[in-house]
Design a protein around this ligand. Sequence first.
Ligand SMILES: NC(=O)C1=CN([C@@H]2O[C@H](COP(=O)(O)OP(=O)(O)OC[C@H]3O[C@@H](n4cnc5c(N)ncnc54)[C@H](OP(=O)(O)O)[C@@H]3O)[C@@H](O)[C@H]2O)C=CC1
Ligand SMILES: O=C(O)[C@@H]1CCC=N1
Length: 271
Amino acid sequence: MLRIGFIGGGKMAQAMAKGFVSAGLTKNENILASCIPQDTVSLKGLKELGIPTTFDNKDVVKQSEVIFLATKPLVIPTVLQDVKSVVTPKNLFLSVAMGVTLKTLEQNLPAESRVIRVMPNTPALVREGASVFVRGSSVKDDDAEIAKKLLAAIGTCEEVKEYDLDPVTALSGSGPAYIYVMIEALADGAVRMGLARDLAYKLAAQTVKGAGTMVLETGSHPGKLKDDVTSPGGSTAAGLYQLERGGLRAAVITALEEATKKCKEMAKTSQ
Ligand SMILES: NC(=O)C1=CN([C@@H]2O[C@H](COP(=O)(O)OP(=O)(O)OC[C@H]3O[C@@H](n4cnc5c(N)ncnc54)[C@H](OP(=O)(O)O)[C@@H]3O)[C@@H](O)[C@H]2O)C=CC1
Ligand SMILES: O=C(O)[C@@H]1CCC=N1
């Protein structure tokens, strides 16, 4: 079975690790995640998942074929310099770090290291992730196949160009957070109108899931699907009018712009 390692055992690493195990791609005991000793929250989470841990990033490189780089972006160059001496051609690196370019990753590893940039999202935990990946300069077709196999097992997977990664990060990388805010707001509105909170969260979450599935499975334009819900003179039209008045679309569009800018800034500061 594939030996998968994570340098940085936080939220994204745990979501992917759990997804890989649920998909039967590997077993808990074949994964190794590194943490820093002070990070008791991640250590606890990994222990609960049954994933072995180490405080030495070099252990992850020595023991794993596929290594996910899952620390915060700014730490990545330091981490790579630390492990560089033990990297061998058998290691395939998959970086999930927002904004850290292939150039920066490759410059901090031995020449011809196989590096892939990935942008996953946390629904990987329930195998409903949306991931994209970009090949580094020394990546072979077999390496891309490994990335595809891993990512497709925890959701959808697309290969893209590196210039797409910042808007992808803003959309599907960060997107779950925007949707959770929407679910909270939908439920808060319903609770305000008298609905029990548990039922409100359940209905809000299923509505988001159902609407997403409609877009994916019918292939219809979201505008048409919206029109299908909006009866003339009805309640939806009354609600939509308030969303437009509140500037929902402009707020979402600007949020994506700001998140993309943040990725571009990170590309510069993490060089
Ligand atoms: N969360 C998400 O939804 C997504 C995250 N990502 C990317 O995943 C990466 C991790 O994000 P996320 O999981 O949210 O962040 P977390 O802070 O939860 O995870 C990062 C982990 O790395 C640890 N760490 C810090 N320094 C080192 C080191 N030198 N060696 C080993 N581990 C170290 C951190 O410890 P400590 O906290 O104590 O510093 C922390 O446990 C980021 O680069 C982010 O851009 C990508 C897509 C989605
Ligand atoms: O917030 C972040 O920076 C990371 C990248 C995408 C999701 N989480």
